[in-house]
Write a protein that binds this ligand. Structure first.
Ligand SMILES: Cc1cc2nc3c(=O)[nH]c(=O)nc-3n(C[C@H](O)[C@H](O)[C@H](O)COP(=O)(O)O)c2cc1C
Length: 250
């Protein structure tokens, strides 16, 4: 895929590659939607959008994201107060609660390795590297206090050697990154399917967990209402790239 920028007009008149152009249209047309028609979301559309979210990338391909899909009116009524009575939850055909598995290494690591190995997606050298790197980053050690020495050693060595944020210490931060990428793919896929969405962080994690029976091993990251929009006038702006893009140096 190649973009051509004409000298006279710069970014404004890129000779668009049509795939990129339609993608930009899609991204720009998505709006956080607060009013929905009461129509349900057809199951096949919801499944297709979830399928797109499943293909979001994740660190070490561990895929910690779970999707709790709420369509039942009685269950929505329980979720509604947990989401600070945001009307989208009651109105939208479905609301999906995106959670991240705090025990994802125990639950997925071997399975993913096996699947990727069988598909020829990883070679044995990379598998060995993962087998070293993943426990080093995630394991909390005996009594769950292994993160303490990791935090201590991490702090000391990070000035000399670049080390990424250690998952054993910053598990929720790590999960939030993974889950939000899935949620973003979900929202764009929904837009492509003619559905509107509203991402929500306005909820009480404890109350959402209680309403839907979500185990404490899951971190509740984001709630997304999805359905048919009841308004077309929603507008939003974005700040210009100037001032946000830093080229080669901050
Ligand atoms: C992480 C996140 C949390 C949000 N939480 C809420 C929320 O609880 N309720 C709500 O009505 N909108 C929520 N929004 C929507 C934002 O207000 C909205 O995305 C922003 O104003 C930009 O508008 P747009 O999405 O239509 O472009 C949230 C958005 C994000 C990304």
């Amino acid at each position: 895929m190649k973009l051509e920028v004409t000298e006279s007009s710069g970014m404004a008149s890129l000779a668009w590659n049509s795939r990129l152009e339609s993608f930009l249209d899609l991204v720009r047309s998505r709006r956080a939607t607060r009013h929905f028609q009461p129509e349900p979301v057809p199951q096949h559309l919801l499944d297709a959008v979830l399928e797109a979210a499943r293909w979001a990338p994740s660190g070490f391909n561990l895929q910690p994201t779970h999707f709790v899909v709420v369509t039942n009116a009685a269950v929505k009524a329980k979720l509604y107060p947990a989401c600070m009575k945001q009307r989208q939850v009651m109105e939208a055909g479905a609301t999906v609660v995106f959670t991240g598995d705090r025990h994802v290494v125990d639950n997925h690591f071997e399975r993913v390795l096996q699947q990727d190995r069988a598909a020829g997606a990883i070679n044995s050298a990379y598998e060995q590297l993962l087998r070293r790197a993943v426990p080093l980053s995630f394991n909390r050690g005996p009594l769950g206090i292994g993160w303490l020495w990791k935090a201590l050693v991490g702090k000391m060595v990070q000035r000399f050697i670049p080390i990424p944020s250690i998952q054993a210490i910053h598990k929720d931060y790590w999960l939030a990154k993974q889950v939000c990428l899935s949620a973003m793919v979900f929202m764009l896929a929904a837009e492509a399917a003619g559905l509107a969405t509203c991402p929500m962080e306005g909820f009480g994690e404890y109350q959402v967990r209680q309403a839907l029976g979500i185990p404490s091993s899951q971190t509740v990251v984001l709630v997304v209402a999805v359905g048919y929009a009841d308004n077309s006038a929603a507008k939003k702006t974005r700040l210009p790239l100037d001032g946000l893009v830093h080229r080669d140096h901050w």
